[in-house]
Design a protein around this ligand. Structure first.
Ligand code: ADE
Length: 245
């Protein structure tokens, strides 16, 4: 959502890129640099299809925007700009039962889906769509003071009892609406993926997610603004990239 991205975009002074996405899509791109690292932030823009004008959320816009962005970057700078890493930054629900608290930053160790239930042999696993993160976040989380865990994705902010059973089976630490879709595109593109997720609401805490979400959205976006440069510094450290760490 725009509110999740804006503090980070402003902090890095990223500039809007005109014509990055096809003109019949609502997606937005902002680019610039953090140290030596080129950064492009994409957001999913506002809904025009259902004519609600709200922020686009969920798996369909997330996967399409991610795919188009990777393909676009391949054509830029005479083909010299390649995507090295997809970071999926955003808010999430957390779980008391997994030790989560509002404001915690999680680095994803993997993703799964909890709303794709297909009780046909082979399709059950397909529906759950589990993908391990290519980056083991354990050491990074220790160094930066973050947590690690599985992100489970659905297209709903709330959950049914069945969703909850499946999230328990997935051992999910956080619940979101995009991670599994973006990790799917990253895997298809043979690119490393990791989620950086800040808890805005406690799914098993007794209060409606939407109330806690709006109370904590602005502070979560601020913590993304401070967490993301640290994650990039850690991952893009030349020594680590050269295998010297
Ligand atoms: N984003 C923030 N909180 C969420 C929740 N409870 N479920 C899905 N996505 C979220």
């Amino acid at each position: 959502m725009e509110a999740e991205a804006t503090p980070f975009v402003e902090h890095l002074e990223l500039k809007p890129v005109e014509d990055f996405f096809p003109s019949n899509t609502p997606f937005l791109a902002f680019s610039g640099a953090h140290g030596k690292t080129k950064v492009t932030v994409i957001t999913m823009g506002k809904d025009t299809v259902y004519e609600t004008g709200v922020d686009n959320v969920g798996t369909v816009p997330a996967s399409l925007a991610t795919y188009l962005a990777v393909e676009k970057i391949k054509t830029m700078n005479d083909g010299n700009d390649l995507v090295d890493l997809i970071l999926n930054a955003g808010t999430c629900g957390g779980f008391n039962r997994m030790g989560g608290a509002i404001g915690d930053v999680y680095l994803t160790s993997g993703v799964a889906n909890h709303d794709r239930r297909i009780a046909i042999p082979g399709f059950t696993e397909y529906g759950h769509g589990k993908i391990a993160s290519d980056i083991d976040p354990t050491n990074m989380a220790k160094e930066l003071g973050f947590k690690t865990g599985i992100a489970s994705t659905s297209n709903s902010l709330d959950k049914t009892d069945t969703c909850d059973e499946i999230m328990k089976d997935h051992n999910a630490s956080v619940k979101d609406m995009e991670a599994a879709a973006i990790a799917y595109i990253a895997k298809m593109q043979n690119l490393p993926y990791m989620g950086v997720k800040v808890i805005t609401d406690i799914v098993d805490g007794g209060r409606p997610s939407q109330d806690e979400f709006f109370e904590n959205l602005a502070s979560a976006a601020k913590s993304l603004q401070s967490a993301l440069p640290k994650v990039m510094d850690y991952l893009c450290d030349e020594k680590r990239v050269n295998g010297e760490l």
